[in-house]
Design a protein. Structure first.
Length: 95
């Protein structure tokens, strides 16, 4: 894990260092995560290197799940906006 298990961010002496530890943790993840997109197929590959392969797999799978959720929500929003625009256009027509 990135933070020591004995850390409690609600304790003053731990909370003071939490932000810097979080930034350090993000840097560690950035250094150990690789993301590549195949231009011809648009397939995205996410790789994670970590000392514990099981933890790396969990994190990589969570990243994929979050990305899938984000992309799905964006597609739904875009479709809803398109439907709204089409409905406005329909209202303008006299058939």
């Amino acid at each position: 894990m990135l933070l020591e298990p004995r850390w409690d961010i609600f304790r003053p002496r731990h909370a003071a260092n939490y932000a810097s530890q979080l930034r350090a943790g993000i840097r560690v993840l950035q250094d150990n995560v690789s993301i590549a997109r195949e231009p011809t197929t648009s397939i995205v590959t996410i790789g994670m290197e970590w000392k514990d392969a099981d933890v790396a797999a969990i994190w990589a799978n969570e990243m994929v799940a979050m990305l899938n959720t984000h992309l799905r929500e964006d597609a739904i929003r875009e479709a809803e906006l398109s439907i709204e625009q089409l409905n406005r256009e329909i209202e303008k027509t006299n058939i």
